[in-house]
Design a protein. Structure first.
Length: 117
């Protein structure tokens, strides 16, 4: 016994973040899956070609959304960096210089977030 298929609702205007271009992408992907099910008896190469066309169309619509570029974050653990800073021996001139350089590096990396520490 199989579960009944629930038809997706693409037009939900009151949904937070709902946009017509995103609905178009969902419709495109849903149609692609329906076409795959309908054409399951065709030769594999025909199915692959149709799927490539459908995915290309969906990616074209996705590019049309003009998603903003996400900022990159430093791949640094603040806790590990502070532990490294505290592990520097400051009983010599070289140690003091290394400590000051590391402290400056942390200040440049994490910015004003460290000003209250």
């Amino acid at each position: 016994m199989s579960l009944p298929k629930i038809t997706p609702e693409f037009e939900i205007p009151s949904l937070c973040g709902a946009k017509a271009p995103f609905n178009d992408i969902q419709k495109q992907l849903s149609l692609s899956l329906d076409n795959l099910n309908l054409n399951i008896e065709l030769p594999a190469i025909d199915i692959v070609n149709q799927l490539e066309l459908d995915v290309t169309a969906a990616l074209g619509k996705l590019d049309g959304l003009k998603m903003p570029e996400l900022p990159s974050l430093p791949d640094i653990s603040l806790g590990a960096e502070i532990s490294g800073l505290l592990g520097i021996a400051t009983d010599s001139l070289a140690g003091l210089a290394q400590f000051a350089a590391k402290k400056l590096e942390l200040g440049n990396t994490f910015g004003d977030a460290l000003s209250g520490i």
